[in-house]
Design a binder for this molecule. Structure first.
Ligand code: ACO
Length: 335
């Protein structure tokens, strides 16, 4: 989209908990096998917070690394948006805690809740604020601490999720420079009951009966989510490419939300992308909900695949249902 100001992605930082939860450990908890998990999901291991380790800890560490890579002090940041469904508390917004701990003295902050589509939603919001001239620099943090919401007796869900967080610094740049070129999003609330944490808001009070029912754990209809994810991620990428006059061959990297390796491979095949375009790290981290895309960006940067000028197609799907895609050119340095 032509704009006078473009939101440039200057740097990315990431943070994962130290504690590893591998498939062998899950084999001792539920009736599953390393072979089933690897072949059905592509996941070998995931990370898990320790007692007393919070999303804010992962967010602050991600932001510090991101700012250090951008060569900036925290005072240079105008705003902090944290895309998460699992902040330290439902109130206050964790972005305020992050602002304080970073000593980002000039920055406002708020949270943005849109499950696995949180990073794409955050890119849409932050880039619009920058393009409108209201902000110079925004730290977009995206991540989740999923493991407290997972029933480690439910083999359908406990194998999928992990904890992790990333942060991207978006900065105002020239309209013809690198940055966020276009995005699109969609919603279909008819899917709300197919993937949710029932006792996590105002609808169900956290009573002993609710806890006994396990309403505080994530529930999903996995097969339906799987099918909708493939369809909407593929279609939103196709629409975005088409309206920008691009083909998949014009893209260097395809960075999908990391929910299941089979979902990603299926989307990549439907888009007719080449295998080397797809960025995947789900084998090591599982599904970190809002965190997967910036974590994949951080890995692609570390292994030299994401460099200044890289043309990147991002796509996500999650609870809601909510989905979206972003086309951007990477503006940061390669370190
Ligand atoms: N180990 C062994 N067997 C299992 C396990 C397990 N961990 N989990 C399920 N099974 C069994 C089922 O009970 C079923 O057995 P049955 O045939 O005797 O009934 C069999 O395996 C097949 O089950 P399906 O649900 O059909 O398996 P599927 O191939 O669909 O894989 C999965 C399940 C991995 C959950 C898949 O549907 C999926 O990834 N869905 C997307 C869910 C998702 O990503 N949610 C995250 C949030 S949304 C997002 O990020 C996009």
């Amino acid at each position: 989209m032509p704009t006078a100001i473009r939101a440039q992605c200057r740097a990315v930082g990431s943070c994962l908990p130290q504690q590893v939860l591998d498939n062998a450990m899950l084999e001792r908890m539920v009736d599953t096998s390393d072979e089933w998990i690897r072949t059905r999901t592509g996941i070998r291991e995931r990370r898990m917070v320790a007692d007393g380790e919070y999303l804010s800890d992962l967010a602050v560490a991600s932001c510090r690394q991101c700012l250090q890579r951008a060569g900036l002090e925290a005072e240079a940041v105008d705003g902090i948006i944290v895309a998460t469904s699992t902040g330290d508390f439902s109130m206050p917004a964790v972005a305020n805690v992050v602002q304080h701990r970073l000593a980002a003295t000039r920055a406002w902050g708020y949270d943005l809740v849109n499950a696995c589509n949180g990073f794409v939603s955050g890119i849409a919001t932050a880039s619009a604020l920058i393009e409108a001239g209201r902000c110079q620099r925004i730290l977009l943090v995206a991540g989740d601490v999923m493991t407290p919401y997972i029933d480690f007796q439910d083999r359908n869900t406990c194998i999928l999720f992990g904890d992790g967080c990333g942060a991207v610094l978006l900065e105002a740049g020239p309209g013809d420079g690198p940055g966020v070129i276009d995005w699109l999003m969609g919603s279909d609330g008819a899917g709300a009951d197919l993937l949710k944490i029932p006792c996590s808001g105002s609808a169900i009070r956290p009573s002993p009966a609710a806890l006994d029912r396990g309403d505080h754990f994530l529930k999903q209809e996995g097969r339906q989510v799987y099918n909708y994810a493939i369809r909407h991620m593929t279609e939103s990428c196709q629409q975005l490419l088409q309206r920008n006059g691009l083909g998949i061959g014009d893209v260097d990297l395809l960075i999908p939300h990391q929910a299941n390796q089979r979902i990603m491979t299926n989307v990549a095949e439907r888009l007719q992308s080449r295998p080397e375009q797809l960025v995947s790290n789900i084998d090591r981290y599982g599904n970190t909900t809002a965190g997967t895309i910036p974590l994949a960006m951080a890995d692609a940067l570390d292994d030299g695949r994401l460099v200044a000028g890289s043309r990147v197609l991002v796509t996500a799907f999650g609870a809601g249902f909510s989905w979206g895609s972003v086309y951007l050119t990477w503006g940061g340095s390669s370190t």
